[in-house]
Design a binder for this molecule. Structure first.
Ligand code: SF4
Length: 458
C-alpha cells in the first residue's frame, strides 16, 4: 500500500484498502477557522441539536486566522461566534485573538496595521499553527475546513480539506466517509542549489502535471532527496498539493519528522504517541516521476493559475507593482530568512509587504540577529512593510482594509503565497505571480521578475 492507503486503512480499522474504496475513517483532529467555523457550527447544531456536544473535545482545534485584522464587523463577529462555541463546548484548543474570554474582538484601526493587536493565545495561520502547537502526528488523519489542510502531509499525516457540511458531521460523529485516492509518486533525489527553494520544487511539480493534474489523488513525496529538506520545506511542498487538485500531499517519515513532532507535542502538552506509516516495497502508483533537486531553477507560476510554470530568468520583461511574502506556504521563519538573505544591504523599489504566518515567527524574526540587526530590522531597513499582525492577510484578498490587499485593477504582484487564480489577492483584474521568497526578494529589488541566484551568490 502507499503511505496514504496505509494511514486510511488503519483509520478505517481494515488490514488493507485500495484506491477507489469507499471507507468510513475515524478522525484524529478536526480543525476549523473563522471563515468556515461559524458555518460548520451551524451545520453541527442543525443536524445534531442545539444542545449537542462535539464527539471529542480534545480533537477539535479552532484557530481564527483569516479575516482578523480588519474593521469589518461581520468578520470580527465570526471570531466572537467561535469564542462562544468554544466556551459552550469547553474546548481546550481554541486559539483566541483576545485574552478576555468574555470579551468581543474588535480591530482598532487607529493603531495602524503594523503593530500587534492580539493576545497571548493567538496562534496565527492555522496550517502553520497546528504543527507548532503540537496537533500534528505522523500516521494520523486530519480533516480541516480549509483546502490547504494538506500541508500537514509534510509530517506523514493524511490531511485534507473538507467542506462545512462534512465538518459538521465530523464534529458530531468523529467519522467521515471518503474514497481512497489513487497515488502519484514524486521521487525526490539530489539537493537544492543556492537560490532555489522548496517553493520551486512544488511549482515545478505542478507545472509538470497542470493545476488539475492531481485531482482527487494523493501526491506522495519520498526518496533520498527528502532527507535534505527541512520540515518547513516539506510543509511548503505538501501545502500546494491542492494547487494541482490533490486530495492530499504526503511525505515519508524520518528522524527530522520525529524530532519536530516529539518536540512540539511535549512542549505543548498534547498527545505524544503516534505510529508513522512506513514506505512499503509494494506500492501501486498511477503516475511516477523523479524530481532531481540539483537541476531545479527558480520557478514562477504566472497569472492566472498555479500551473502556468516558467523559469524566473525567462520573465525579466514582466514589470511588477508590488511584492508580498507571507501565508502558510511562504510566511515561515525560513522563508523570511531567505527573503532577508537576498535583501540584506539592499533596498526594494516597489511596494513590498511581509506578513509572518504566526506570532512565534514574528518573535523569531525580531530576536534572531545577523550582526547588529535582527532579521526584522534588516527587512524594515530594506523597505519592506513588516506587520506583527500574523495571519492570512492578503493571501486571499479579504476585506478591503486588509494589509497588502490588491485593491486596484491591473496591479501585478510577485508573491510567496500559494494560489493565483483571478481575484485571489483582491481585485479581480489584478495579477499574481507565485514564486519563492528568494525570487520575490530579487524581484522587489529590481521591480521586474528576477532570478535570485545572482543575489544569493554575491
Ligand atoms: S495563508 Fe492563505 S492559503 Fe494559508 S490558510 Fe490563510 S488564506 Fe489559506
Amino acid at each position: 500500500m502507499t503511505l496514504t492507503e496505509k494511514i486510511l486503512a488503519r483509520a478505517a480499522g481494515k488490514s488493507s484498502v485500495q484506491a477507489g474504496d469507499n471507507i468510513w475513517v475515524n478522525t484524529d483532529v478536526l480543525m476549523t477557522h473563522d471563515v468556515c467555523g461559524p458555518g460548520t457550527i451551524g451545520v453541527f447544531k442543525r443536524e445534531f441539536g442545539k444542545n449537542a456536544k462535539v464527539w471529542d473535545r480534545q480533537k477539535v482545534v479552532i484557530i481564527p486566522d483569516h479575516y482578523i485584522f480588519t474593521a469589518d464587523s461581520l468578520s470580527n463577529r465570526n471570531v466572537d461566534i467561535l469564542r462562544a462555541f468554544a466556551q459552550e463546548q469547553q474546548l481546550p484548543y481554541f486559539f483566541d485573538v483576545i485574552d478576555d474570554p468574555n470579551g468581543l474582538w474588535k480591530f482598532d484601526t487607529t493603531k495602524g496595521l503594523l503593530k500587534k493587536q492580539y493576545g497571548a493565545n493567538y496562534a496565527g495561520v492555522c496550517h502553520a499553527a497546528l504543527p507548532a502547537k503540537g496537533h500534528i502526528r505522523p500516521g494520523e488523519v486530519l480533516f480541516g475546513t480549509d483546502s490547504h489542510t494538506c500541508m500537514a502531509g509534510a509530517f506523514n499525516q493524511f490531511a485534507t480539506g473538507i467542506g462545512n457540511t462534512d465538518a459538521g458531521f465530523v464534529m458530531g460523529t468523529g467519522k467521515l466517509l471518503i474514497k481512497v485516492p489513487e497515488t502519484m509518486h514524486f521521487r525526490i533525489e539530489g539537493k537544492l542549489q543556492p537560490g532555489v527553494m522548496a517553493k520551486d520544487v512544488i511549482l515545478h511539480c505542478i507545472g509538470e502535471i497542470g493545476f488539475d493534474g492531481a485531482t482527487y489523488r494523493a501526491m506522495q513525496f519520498d526518496g533520498p532527496g527528502v532527507a535534505s529538506l527541512s520540515m518547513d520545506d516539506r510543509m511548503t511542498i505538501a501545502n500546494m498539493a491542492i494547487e494541482a487538485g490533490g486530495k492530499n500531499g504526503i511525505f515519508e517519515f524520518d528522524s527530522r519528522t520525529q524530532e519536530y513532532v516529539e518536540n512540539r507535542t511535549r512542549l505543548n502538552g498534547t498527545k505524544t504517541a503516534f505510529t508513522p506509516a512506513e514506505v512499503d516495497r509494494d506500492q501501486k502508483f498511477v503516475y511516477e516521476t523523479v524530481i532531481n533537486l540539483d537541476q531545479l531553477e527558480p520557478t514562477v507560476a504566472c497569472h492566472p493559475d498555479p500551473g502556468q510554470r516558467k523559469k524566473a530568468k525567462e520573465l525579466g520583461d514582466v514589470k511588477l507593482d508590488r511584492a508580498y511574502v507571507g501565508s502558510c506556504t511562504g510566511g515561515k521563519t525560513s522563508d523570511f530568512v531567505e527573503f532577508a538573505r537576498v535583501l540584506r544591504g539592499r533596498h526594494v523599489t516597489i511596494d513590498t509587504f511581509g506578513v509572518p504566518a504566526t506570532p512565534e515567527i514574528v518573535h523569531d524574526l525580531q530576536t534572531t540577529r545577523w550582526g547588529d540587526q535582527t532579521i526584522w530590522q534588516i527587512l524594515e531597513t530594506a523597505g519592506v512593510r513588516m506587520t506583527e499582525n500574523a495571519g492570512c492577510a492578503a493571501c486571499l484578498g479579504g476585506p478591503v482594509d486588509t494589509f497588502g490587499r490588491m485593491n486596484l485593477p491591473g496591479l501585478k504582484c510577485i508573491s510567496a503565497t500559494n494560489r493565483n487564480f483571478p481575484g485571489r489577492m483582491g481585485h479581480k483584474e489584478s495579477q499574481v505571480f507565485l514564486a519563492s521568497p528568494a525570487t520575490v526578494a530579487a524581484s522587489a529589488i529590481t521591480g521586474w521578475i528576477t532570478d535570485p541566484r545572482e543575489y544569493v551568490a554575491n
